[in-house]
Write a protein that binds this ligand. Structure first.
Ligand SMILES: [Zn+2]
Ligand SMILES: [Zn+2]
Length: 187
């Protein structure tokens, strides 16, 4: 059950960035991660009034455009993303769906590319965790903790905490598509 990563940003794909995202996603989910390098880029997601891209629109585009062949796809971009009620989002996932998107736009640390990429890798794991049905975690160091600021992202580890890892492994052992719980957030 491989996970596909797909650079869909406006800048050229960066080998180091995608390599780090891949390593951290592989480590967190203990599964094969493959990079998909299709040349298509999102269309119809730009909101001219806000000058941002709709994260929901990105998910729809990914779902419709990605050729499949893996269990999940994570679109990685550099454009600024929003959801209607929020100023911006680091990313968004279809809870228990097959697509997630993450953006480096609000994670950039000027002059510190390594920190920027580390943040992007954490939020990548976070959004993919939602597609597996994992919800927000109360542990501030768990990658599934809710992050409203880059400082909160920096507090997190790039990994699932033991409790979240148990839930994820349980879902794998039982062969379910996702881990289920009776709540329903997703950001
Ligand atoms: Zn956790
Ligand atoms: Zn979240």
């Amino acid at each position: 059950m491989a996970i596909h990563l797909w650079w869909i940003g406006e800048a050229a794909r960066d080998e180091g960035t995608m390599g780090m995202v891949r390593t951290q996603v592989e480590g967190a989910f203990e599964t094969e991660v493959v990079e998909w390098t299709g040349a298509q880029r999102p269309s119809g997601t730009f909101d001219t009034r806000r000058a941002q891209h709709s994260s929901r629109g990105m998910l729809g585009w990914l779902h419709a455009t990605w050729p499949g062949g893996a269990t999940r796809v994570l679109g990685v971009t550099d454009v600024d993303l929003f959801m209607p009620v929020l100023t911006f989002v680091f990313g968004e996932a279809q809870l228990e769906g097959d697509a997630a998107v993450v953006s480096a736009a609000r994670l950039v640390e000027p002059g510190n590319q390594a920190l920027t990429v580390a943040r992007l890798a954490k939020e990548s794991v976070h959004e993919l965790g939602h597609t597996f049905g994992l919800l927000h975690c109360e542990s501030p160091r768990c990658v599934m903790a809710r992050s409203a600021s880059v400082r909160a992202v920096d507090t997190k580890q790039p990994r699932l905490c033991p409790a979240c890892r148990d839930k994820y492994r349980l879902f794998q052992q039982e062969g379910h598509h996702v881990y289920r719980e009776d709540q329903n957030p997703h950001r």
